[in-house]
Design a protein around this ligand. Structure first.
Ligand SMILES: Nc1ncnc2c1ncn2[C@@H]1O[C@H](COP(=O)(O)OP(=O)(O)OP(=O)(O)O)[C@@H](O)[C@H]1O
Length: 370
């Protein structure tokens, strides 16, 4: 089933807007993630789609039908929350059956659906236990089984994995994704975790400052961020954001670090966004422009924090094979090597460029306006 949001807005106090003008069409069978920092309105949006709170403005359509004024039970959807919302005094089976009983579904059919749902989440053996006799991951799977048993074709999930440890979370991500595809569910998945959104979703909506910042596939969002917020929200370590200084005809940070510049862009009115993987380090140079402050080993990557000579901090990712080359307080030359973005002072993207470096000299430099 498809879901369409048309100019959806929410104000809790009738004065300020918590969410402004959200519009998107989510297709049948799509896994759609809503991400953003704490307090940006993710749960508010999900609750409006569910019908748990009224929209201040705009419409919600499910399979082209306007459901804006319908209660949750008439919207043909199911929900999974972070705290599982299981009844402690009911068995696993009865928890899964609860919604079906409330809807007075025939008992034989309830038994069949519950058994099938528990089997799908690998809990067939544990149906007679109480929630307190289960691990966190198993409880989460009971909540999933309840969603599956309901037979609704839309499932709304609000940070369903946030109570689980890192290992279990990774496992459950794959399981949820598999189930979603197997059942052909349309899923709207709220998370503040960019990795979760990137690895699970077909498309992502990024919320910040009460507004939609960007909607796109994980690849589009990562490779083509519309503004500095989106650029910095995705990717670890974070994209560097560097201020440029006035300089005739050049795009330059004070350190200095030079970037290819479209003629139309005023050099001192912009910010450079460059991912840590797109900077590189030259040692043994006479024109060093930075000092290493910290070297961190992260599996296959080496993350180097450096202070540029103009005081700006940068993070650079290098291969671990080069670990022996770097030490704290060492003078180095930081140079761009790869793609970078040009943002205006408000963070809106106005251009992008690419520079390649070989043996210490720039071999290629190009740019384009967005
Ligand atoms: N019932 C309410 N009454 C008034 N304000 C509310 C209510 N619920 C949420 N808010 C406010 O609306 C804003 C968005 O809250 P919401 O819970 O939607 O954010 P979120 O992105 O889900 O955050 P988190 O990731 O921390 O859960 C917050 O500033 C919050 O304080």
């Amino acid at each position: 089933m498809s879901i369409e949001l048309k100019n959806l807005s929410k104000s809790y106090d009738g004065n300020t807007l918590t969410l402004k003008d959200v519009s998107v069409r989510i297709e049948t069978g799509e896994f759609f993630a809503i991400v953003g920092p704490s307090g940006c309105g993710k749960s508010t949006l999900l609750r409006m789609i569910a019908g748990l709170i009224p929209a201040t403005d705009g419409n919600v359509l499910i399979d082209e039908k306007d459901v804006t004024n319908l209660p949750p039970q008439d919207r043909n959807l199911t929900m999974v929350f972070q705290n599982y919302a299981l009844f402690p005094f009911l068995t696993v089976k009865d928890n899964v059956a609860f919604g079906l009983k409330a809807r007075k579904v025939d008992q034989t059919e309830i038994d069949q659906r519950v058994a099938k749902a528990l089997e799908m989440v690998d809990l067939a053996e544990l149906g007679d236990r109480k929630p307190k006799e289960l691990s966190g991951g198993q409880r989460q799977r009971v909540a999933l089984a309840r969603a599956i048993a309901s037979d609704a074709k839309i499932c709304l999930m609000d940070e369903p994995l946030s109570n689980l440890d890192a290992q279990l979370r990774t496992k459950m991500r794959a399981e949820i994704r598999e189930l979603q595809q197997h059942l052909g569910l349309t899923v709207i998945y709220v998370t503040h975790d960019q990795v979760e959104a990137m690895t699970m979703a077909d498309r992502i909506m990024v919320l910040h400052d009460h507004e939609v910042q960007q909607i796109g596939t994980p690849l589009q969002i990562y490779q083509d961020p519309r503004n500095a917020f989106v650029g910095q929200f995705f990717g670890t370590p974070r994209m560097n954001l560097l201020e440029t200084t006035p300089n005739e005809g050049q795009l330059q940070t004070a350190a200095p670090l030079y970037f290819a510049k479209p003629a139309e862009i005023e050099p001192h009115n912009c910010l450079i966004g460059i991912r840590p993987t797109n900077l590189t380090i030259l040692t043994d140079v006479s024109d060093a422009n930075a000092r290493i402050e910290n070297v961190e080993y992260l599996g296959t990557q080496l993350i180097i924090e450096a202070a540029m000579d103009d005081g700006q901090e940068v993070r650079i990712v290098q291969d671990t094979e080069q670990a022996d080359l770097y030490g704290v307080n060492q003078r180095i030359k930081v140079v761009p090597n790869g793609k970078f973005f040009i943002f205006d002072q408000k963070g809106q993207r106005i251009g992008q460029g690419e520079e390649e470096i070989e043996d210490g000299t720039i071999t290629e430099a190009k740019y384009a306006l967005s």
